[in-house]
Design a protein around this ligand. Structure first.
Ligand SMILES: [Zn+2]
Length: 600
């Protein structure tokens, strides 16, 4: 196909760093003769929230083949219609790009980054037509300018100082994020896949070590799903900042955000630090999605559109299983010791244990309402909603252990993943919400109910039998009080808090500001509210450093006066000093031979 054969052609220029502007031109060879409609997505696949990308579109004009203006009407917040014409048309528009996130489009003096869903108007009625993308080089704006994307490269158009790419359809066009500007990249292999590790934003990290570890780690994904991976090339596009965390999956790449100083520098110990292990888990998570959600897909997402919300109960399968495997595959790659992995599992159990919302919302409901609840969390989230990532991963753990027990180690959750890939991923058949039940019953012919009632786990808020199942594999679940507000669990502790407070807070010059109050806690019972500024306990001034220690030194089960300001009103409430809850989990190995049957 030559350049002239593409019925739809996009041209992107990074036109202003100070204004954070991309200029886009869209050529449509055969517009709808009744009037061509154009639209931008309201959301980006993988991130289930309405983002209204069209809010960043600044101006839009349409021209006929002679360069004359055509009338354009706006139909709704994200749809335009061009007046009817039989000849080719060109649409020109500008986009404001200053959303530094894995979902967005962003321009600063170091690089420009975009997800296609943010900047490419969809030509309604021609979504399945091949598209050409021309990216004009911005060598004058950046040192060491180059482009990184997994979109299929067509050619370097020297005379126009541009790079040309092609996509088979609109869905493919918006599924290859693009990074342009100055950044570091390192090529490496995962089995026979050509990979690239890309770091933008500046860093002092040991990229070679990270690439070597990713190569080992992601080999596990390929072995899990089977020998031939569905991709030939993969890029980890990482936007580094002082403090950030995030990842979004694409069909042959991922966009990540991470804190630059949390990556390993040179000459660091062989055992990864917690922050480096978290980075590996994040990469593991997104790479897993290459199979699981990009190719094995829930039916509701296949049938839905990007114009508005698409509701599905299945995110516990897609995000929960992925969250279980992201850490498990780090463990299988032997990059971390087994104790380190158990500590991560215990941290996930701690998070669920402290989340009172688990008693109110099921994970299928959490998945369905992701758009308005999980993605729009406020200070009440801890009390009222559950995470389909966190609880979904623990359901996956329970399923893995129950399948191993019920099949006498003949099958595991790996077997389920392999069937999902064989019957749904490879064949591009969408999964119904009963898919896991169906695989257990029809393919594996297993009844796991004696060990684990999956329906109860999905459709009720009953506690999961995780401690009982782990004990079958020689691992004990233990509970203790937290050591301080930063204690995420996972390890034993010599000194823990004695008394409960039950509120999260931030430091102020005088006192502390309450940011979250857990139901059933001492603070909740005392009537301490989010936004309160607590200044004294028992008439002694408090601050963020001393408050928990002060509460610990009081007499158990004795009320104490708390002085606080609520909207400038001075109030006093009585705090009942209760024992600290045992809400922090650590795991211990009772029988390592049995444990090997899980973590072989
Ligand atoms: Zn995910």
């Amino acid at each position: 196909m030559t350049k002239h054969d593409f019925p739809i052609q996009y041209e992107v220029s990074l036109s202003s760093i100070a204004g954070h502007l991309f200029d886009v031109s869209l050529y449509i060879h055969s517009p709808n003769i009744a009037g061509q409609r154009l639209s931008l997505p309201a959301w980006i696949p993988g991130s289930y929230m309405i983002r209204d990308f069209a809010k960043h579109l600044i101006s839009l004009t349409a021209l006929d083949s002679q360069g004359n203006s055509l009338q354009v009407s706006k139909l709704d917040k994200q749809t335009w219609q061009v007046t009817p014409t039989k000849n080719p048309i060109t649409i020109k528009y500008q986009l404001y790009a200053f959303d530094l996130s894995v979902r967005g489009a962003y321009i600063n003096d170091q690089y420009g980054f975009f997800n296609g869903s943010n900047i490419f108007l969809e030509v309604q009625g021609q979504s399945n037509s091949p598209c050409l993308l021309r990216i004009n080089k911005a060598e004058n704006l950046f040192c060491n300018y180059h482009v990184s994307t997994t979109m299929s490269y067509l050619s370097n158009q020297t005379e126009l100082n541009a790079d040309l790419y092609e996509a088979q359809n609109y869905a493919e066009l918006i599924d290859h994020p693009v990074l342009m500007g100055g950044f570091d990249s390192l090529s490496f292999k995962i089995a026979d896949i050509d990979c690239e590790l890309v770091f933008a934003g500046g860093h002092q990290s040991d990229m070679q070590r990270i690439a070597d570890d990713l190569s080992l780690l992601c080999q596990q994904h390929i072995e899990l799903f089977g020998s031939s991976a569905p991709i030939k090339r993969y890029v980890f596009i990482t936007l580094l900042t002082d403090a950030a965390f995030g990842g979004l999956e694409h069909r042959a790449s991922t966009a990540l955000m991470y804190a630059r100083n949390d990556l390993p520098g040179f000459d660091e110990p062989t055992i990864p630090s917690d922050t480096y292990r978290n980075f590996l888990s994040l990469c593991s998570h997104e790479f897993f999605h290459t199979w699981h959600v990009k190719r094995i897909r829930p039916i509701e997402l296949v049938e839905g559109t990007l114009a508005d919300e698409t509701y599905t109960e299945q995110l516990w399968i897609y995000e929960g299983f992925t969250s279980y495997y992201d850490d498990l595959l780090v463990q299988r790659s032997n990059i971390i010791p087994v104790e380190n992995y158990l500590s991560v599992v215990a941290q996930n159990l701690t998070r669920l244990q402290r989340n009172i919302g688990r008693t109110k919302q099921t994970i299928t409901a959490s998945s369905f309402d992701a758009w308005t609840k999980f993605y729009k969390q406020d200070e009440s989230a801890i009390n009222n909603i559950v995470s389909y990532y966190n609880k979904g991963a623990i359901v996956a753990l329970c399923l893995d252990l129950a399948i191993r027990l019920a099949s006498k180690q003949h099958y595991s959750l790996d077997s389920v993943m392999q069937i999902l890939w064989r019957d749904f991923g490879k064949t591009a058949k969408a999964t119904p919400k009963t898919v896991i039940h169906d695989i257990l019953q029809q393919d594996l012919q297993l009844n796991i109910e004696y060990y684990f009632d999956l329906d109860k786990a999905l459709y009720s808020t009953e506690e999961l039998p995780v401690a009982r199942l782990l004990k079958e594999f020689g691992v004990l679940v233990n509970y203790r009080a937290k050591t301080d507000l930063n204690d995420k669990g996972g390890n034993t502790a010599t000194k823990v808090t004695k008394h409960d407070f039950g509120a999260q807070f931030k430091a102020l010059n005088i006192g502390i500001e309450i940011t979250q109050v857990a139901e059933q806690s001492s603070a909740y019972a005392a009537g301490i509210l989010v936004g309160d500024i607590v200044v004294a306990i028992d008439n002694w001034q408090v601050n963020a450093t001393n408050v928990l220690n002060m509460i610990d030194r009081l007499k158990t089960n004795t009320p104490v006066r708390v002085s606080l300001f609520r909207d400038k009103r001075l109030l006093q409430v009585m705090l009942d000093v209760r024992p600290a809850p045992l809400d922090t989990v650590y795991l211990s190995i009772e029988n390592s031979e049995k444990m090997q049957l899980w973590l072989q």
